[in-house]
Write a new protein. Sequence first.
Length: 268
Amino acid sequence: MPPETGDLRIVAPRLNLLNLQLLNLNLSLTPTSMSVITVPLEPISPTRSGQLVVFTGPSGVGKGTLLRSVLPHHPQLHLSVSATTRSPRSGEVDGQHYYFVSRSVFQEWVTTEQLLEWAEYAGNYYGTPRQPVVEQLEQGKTVILEIELEGARQVRQTFPDALQVFILPPSLPTLEQRLRGRSQDSPESILKRLERAKVEIAAAGEFDVQIVNDSLDQAIVALETVLFSPDRRESDQLQDDRLQDDQLQNDQLQNDRGEESQDNPDAL
Ligand code: ADP
Ligand code: 5GP
């Protein structure tokens, strides 16, 4: 597990993303060469207001596996517990893996706006309880929402600053193998999930970051780099500052022009 401060040196295959050919879903990823990246790591400060992270990818791609590997090492990360109308899988605990609720309770939570986002997926409803997310963000935590595409799109509207991460499988056959190998869903549910996977993968480009979960170890390093690199926030801030500077310059120009045209009514 990498340190939480200092520099992290990553040696990783440079993926040729053009090979993704997302539109026809040929996901063969070719490592073209090895790259060495040095990333300064800083812990996310508990004093600044928390960051929302949307974590999306097709069912079976390994989202849960990745989060279970990363979360125990970083107490500043908080995984939101969703509500769902689907039945618990063996080993799933109410209030820990999900809040397992009836359709009528779910409907009530939608009506009373207790959900930050929600969607129907493979015949069941899934949604993020709003209050715990707000509380954790207020405490400066980084809150992770592990949600499907429609929910991610809703969060993009309501929290445009959220970091949006998409997890890709190395290929569709590998995704199917993982879904079947997990032995947790019925054959019908697996088919629905695979159908939905094609739509979700085609939308991967909407997200800020795409990580291919081929080698689990490399995907863990990539995810930690994305979560802990200050680069994104710094570049966002730089961009905001630049936009503000541009706006100030425009205002100044318009003022100057206004004064000129008062002095000289023929001036443009
Ligand atoms: P998700 O949460 O995205 O639905 P899971 O985390 O349940 O997916 O993973 C689905 C299956 O794939 C699990 O059996 C898991 O052990 C396996 N898996 C996850 N990541 C990898 C990987 N990098 N290589 C091989 N198998 C993996
Ligand atoms: P599963 O049934 O495999 O646990 O989850 C199915 C899908 O629902 C996954 O893609 C998962 O990310 C998504 N999901 C889980 N919780 C939520 C949620 O609160 N909102 C939305 N929109 N999707 C969720």
